[in-house]
Ligand binder design. Structure first.
Ligand code: SF4
Length: 103
């Protein structure tokens, strides 16, 4: 993954399949990352694309740039190409309806 990042920003961005699955709100519950079914306000549900992509970090300060360190925190689904080669990668789970009972 770090080799791909060193290939330059375009090569790094080209890894993304634009599936939009990482553009859903996440919860950190006791150190475990959970996806919710709440999309980012800027995600076009039909196209699965960000509607403010060039300005996403300005318009939505919580939109974190994807770096190898951020990716290792477990915010991307397990079959996302950015994480496929990370041994032991722990993908987020779906948030339970009752956050007090994550089982
Ligand atoms: S989950 Fe991975 S492939 Fe899909 S949009 Fe996010 S970074 Fe791109």
């Amino acid at each position: 993954m770090e080799m791909k990042e060193k290939d330059g920003p375009k090569a790094w961005e080209d890894i993304c399949l634009r599936c939009g699955r990482c553009c859903y709100e996440k919860l950190d519950y006791e150190g475990e990352i959970y996806y919710t079914d709440v999309p980012c306000e800027f995600l076009d549900i039909d196209s699965r694309l960000c509607t403010v992509y060039p300005e996403r970090h300005r318009d939505r300060p919580g939109c974190t740039p994807l770096t190898p360190d951020v990716i290792r925190r477990g915010i991307l689904p397990g079959d996302c190409p950015y994480v496929l080669d990370i041994p032991g990668y722990r993908a987020p789970l779906m948030a339970p309806e009752n956050p007090e009972d994550p089982e």
